[in-house]
Write a new protein. Structure first.
Length: 294
């Protein structure tokens, strides 16, 4: 895949009574798959999480705002972490990238891989003295339902969430998702129509695989041919901001005793970034220089 067709578009339907954010994240998820050498089921789980993180991130107001999603389950996948800003640039990792499970009803068994017992933790650092933290138990481990439960429990919003990743032997065929939130003035009729449209809709990954545009998907899901685009040309990207300087700060935080112990027992050290698997090497001389800064 050379061309990046990933994008996020914000819509309003039903004369502004319903908000919808729709995302195409195929390239984003494929890059993450390659970086972390993810199995198909790990790709689906991580891809869904990256997609919802990108949708949530574009709703943050300031460039300095940061969103962190932590998911921990009792399945073989273990857990996942995704960090995003409102650009949105995202990074993250999966605890067990190589987990492999048989298909369930012909589909990748994300719920089985993650497990139904565990938690979803959302941390929003939006410039206040303390970050906002919202934690809810996992409902199904299928990600979309778990986030719908989070929005209802922690943010008191009745939100529909759909996430999908289509994987074949070559990698990610399509990936995307949408979040639909009724406004306070949404009518019972609006909600009734929406509920039925969502039930009847094809999976988002299938619609994207059939080359439907996000606008076509928004019209199809809402049933509103006059759906309005509020913001577009938002491109989510997987991008790690690690550097040797940041790793140095981490080593310095270990303290003199720990660094001296590394010098005595190992001489040098190699560290790997969790988010992009880039390796950083520190020679004995470099470690000795770090001691001077403590």
């Amino acid at each position: 895949m050379v061309e990046n067709n990933d994008k996020i578009i914000k819509f309003l339907a039903y004369n502004g009574r319903v908000s919808m954010i729709c995302a195409s994240t195929t390239n984003l998820v494929e890059k993450a798959r390659k970086l972390h050498d993810l199995s198909p089921v790990a790709t689906a789980a991580f891809g869904r999480t990256l997609t919802i993180a990108s949708i949530m991130a574009v709703n943050m107001k300031n460039k300095e705002d940061k969103l962190t999603i932590q998911i921990k389950g009792n399945g073989l996948l273990g857990g996942m972490v995704v960090v995003a800003n409102n650009n949105p640039k995202l990074k993250g990792y999966v605890e067990n990238a190589q987990v492999d499970l048989p298909l369930k009803n012909g589909k990748l068994n994300v719920g089985g891989a993650l497990g139904k017992e565990g938690y979803l933790n959302i941390i929003k650092d939006i410039g206040l003295k303390e970050p906002y933290i919202g934690m809810v138990p996992l409902v199904t481990g299928e990600i979309a339902e778990d986030f719908a439960n989070y929005f209802a429990s922690s943010e008191q919003t009745n939100t529909a969430v759909a996430l999908g990743v289509l994987v074949n032997k070559d990698g990610v065929k399509s990936s995307g998702g949408y979040v639909i939130t009724p406004m306070p003035d949404a009518t019972e009729d609006d909600l009734f129509i929406l509920e039925n449209r969502i039930k009847e809709a094809k999976p988002i990954s299938q619609m994207l695989d059939e080359n439907m545009t996000l606008l076509e998907i928004a019209k199809d899901i809402t049933g509103d041919e006059k759906v309005r685009i509020i913001e577009e040309d938002i491109v989510p990207m997987y991008e790690c901001d690690c550097s040797k300087e940041k790793i140095e700060k981490g080593l310095i935080s270990l303290g003199k005793e720990e660094i001296n112990d590394i010098i005595k027992t190992q001489g040098s050290i190699e560290t790997v970034c969790h988010f992009c698997n880039k390796t950083y090497q520190f020679s004995k001389e470099e470690l000795q220089n770090l001691l001077k800064n403590i």
